[in-house]
Design a protein around this ligand. Structure first.
Ligand code: GTP
Length: 589
């Protein structure tokens, strides 16, 4: 297990490591089907979004896998119904994942469902031709864990990963509750019907942690229910989401109304489908440009979802179709950043072809679909003053001083979050310690930390294990926790590490370049990300620096390591057990 990565206590699913065929792929194997994870809290609108996708795309054949927490999978029924109503040629099929979460207990079933979905298509048993697979996760699933499991399966050659490739995570956010949920003390088990009795894995999940994981994993964030939420709630939800994950595209939507290409994230799917259709039906699919509003267009087989050239027509008053989200496609040109475009109901997502005009230095989309979301979200984030920084140090924390600081850390309450986000919360009030106030604006912090042992001897009371153990620090909303994250790579020599990276030397090089702080200490380090509203970075850094071991403490640390090793060696045991990888994870759980 890689000590430099966040371990998921119950994943990767050990059962995924069970036996399956590791046949090597042959060139005749078909291209894997692009697979999308649809995540989001309970009730955020996943099923609504999925239904909208199935109802409003006439040419993409989508297979769905629906995971619900309850023993009766209502979502699967809803989706199945929608799928059945599709024109028969586009039916993708629906598979239920039931009574557990796909991130752990159902990991194997997810793989099997993919196999099932892509195998027979009924009568002749031939392979079902799908353009995409959408997996609707349960409201308490962690998409990162699903991806981790998938990757383990892929590395092990699971046949499902040859049939489908996990490409994208789309997370729904309920704009009307996001701010409140962020500041709750609840665990998922505290919410009626969020989890099934006995599903302890899901029940103990802290709601803000789940929210953070779901948001942070996303390639696309759909801030849903904007009709229900007030504009301030939408601003807070979008701003918080942007602060947690500034790499994701963010769209504000209602009833999950988003165009298929936004959700699926790749125009390749659509292009291939369009090509196929053109071949088989002649001219059937058409570009949704000016002709789209052609009053004579009577083609009922498509949804009349509109794409426009970016022109005055963008704000076309005559466009009264309420069934679609008015997400607009533009050709890349100077008018892309047109200051006059004030339509806040759409996302300004851009589609343009890869040509000379695509010289935007910020454009990193390798697939060339160049899907951009901008302006409204960044404005929201700017207004909220959400920023982030990384705290990196190559010394351990004095554990007692750090814990004392954390005890004084004022975790914000809901009211002050709203206040903090809209007015700034880092103003120092009379009688309050500057250091405490420095942390008031922190909404999320996470990363690895190195804590110096406090007792090198004393049997069960000894915490010498800290020397080897990377700690994962995770704070979301009111919840704060530090737990073991496995061993530092520095417990091994550079050469001993190499066998762990066979086939992935890039990661080895990355660790050497980015994480390996010194020959003496290896990758032991502090690496903490802070995200918050109007953070006073210098004060937070100063408060944390105060907790680092002093030079004298470092000398003592070194002496203790030497003594410890000498004692171990002279005890005649099989070498320094402190450095045995994989033995002490459970100590502080
Ligand atoms: N007003 C409003 N209601 C919405 C919107 N999106 C979804 N809903 C409603 O919210 C409720 C929950 O939506 P679902 O799509 O079932 O949510 P979900 O994420 O699939 O829920 P779970 O599968 O139970 O986690 C339904 O009653 C929807 O009709 C929206 O944008 N606005």
């Amino acid at each position: 297990f890689t000590p430099s990565k966040l371990p998921r206590t119950s994943h990767p699913s050990s059962s995924l490591l069970t036996l399956f065929s590791t046949k090597s792929s042959s060139s005749s194997e078909p291209k894997p089907i692009p697979t999308i994870l649809l995540a989001g809290f309970l009730g955020s609108g996943k099923t609504t979004t999925l239904k909208h996708l199935l109802e409003n795309n006439q040419s993409i054949k989508i297979g769905t896998i629906v995971n619900d927490v309850a023993s009766v999978n209502i979502d699967a029924k809803l989706v199945s119904n929608t799928d059945s109503w599709n024109e028969s040629k586009n039916k993708g099929g629906v598979i239920e994942l039931q009574n557990g979460c796909a991130c752990c207990s159902l990991a194997d079933e997810l793989m099997e469902s993919v196999m099932q979905l892509t195998s027979g298509d009924g009568a002749d048993g031939s392979r079902r031709e799908l353009d995409a697979i959408v997996v609707e996760l349960s409201g308490v699933s962690d998409p990162v864990a699903v991806r981790d499991n998938w990757e383990v399966a892929r590395l092990q050659g699971h046949p499902a990963t040859k049939l489908a490739s996990l490409q994208r995570t789309v997370t729904l956010i309920d704009a009307s509750t996001f701010g409140t949920d962020w500041m709750t003390w609840d665990t998922a088990g505290d919410r009626p019907s969020w989890t099934e009795p006995g599903d302890d894995c899901a029940a103990v999940r802290k709601i803000p942690e789940l929210l953070a994981e779901q948001v942070e994993a996303a390639d696309l964030l759909l801030v849903n229910k904007v009709d229900l939420a007030g504009s301030e709630q939408v601003t807070i939800a979008s701003g918080l989401a942007k602060g947690l994950n500034d790499k994701a595209e963010i769209l504000e939507v209602e009833f999950g109304k988003v165009e298929a290409k936004e959700l699926l994230g790749t125009l390749e799917i659509l292009k291939e489908v369009a090509k196929e259709e053109e071949h088989s039906h002649g001219h059937h699919s058409h570009d949704h440009d000016e002709k789209c509003s052609n009053p004579e267009c009577t083609d009922e087989s498509h949804s009349h979802s509109h794409s426009h050239e970016h022109s005055e027509a963008c704000s076309e008053l005559a466009c009264t179709d309420t069934s679609h989200s008015h997400s607009h496609d533009h050709k890349a040109e100077s008018s892309c950043s047109e200051p006059g475009c004030t339509d806040t109901s759409h996302s300004h997502s851009h589609e343009h072809s890869s040509d000379a005009s695509c010289s935007d230095p910020d454009c990193t989309d390798e697939s060339n679909s160049h899907s951009h979301s901008h302006s409204h979200q960044s404005t929201a984030t700017d207004q909220l003053g959400i920023t982030s920084f990384v705290y990196k140090q190559s010394k351990p924390f004095n554990s007692q001083r750090l814990l004392a600081l954390l005890n004084r850390w004022p975790l914000p309450i809901k009211e002050s979050l709203d206040l903090g986000l809209t007015m700034g919360s880092t103003e120092i009030k009379e009688g309050q310690e500057e250091e405490e106030m420095a942390f008031a604006g922190v909404l999320r912090s996470k990363g690895f930390c190195w804590m110096a042992p406090t007792k090198w001897s004393g049997g069960a009371n000894s915490d010498a294990w800290r020397h080897d153990t990377a700690m994962y620090w995770s704070h979301a909303g009111k919840h704060f926790g530090i737990q073991s994250a496995g061993k530092w790579w520095g417990t091994l020599g550079k050469d001993d590490m190499k066998p762990f990276f066979e086939g992935n030397m890039k990661e080895y090089d990355r660790i050497m370049n980015e994480d390996w702080v010194s020959e003496e200490w290896g990758d032991r380090r502090q690496e903490l990300v802070f995200i918050g509203a109007k953070l006073v970075e210098a004060d937070i850094r100063a408060a944390l620096d105060e907790c680092l071991c002093t030079e004298d403490e470092m000398e003592m640390y070194r002496a203790n390591v030497r003594n410890y090793m000498d004692a171990k060696l002279s005890s005649g045991s099989n070498g320094p057990s402190l450095f045995d990888v994989g033995k002490i994870d459970q100590i502080d759980q």
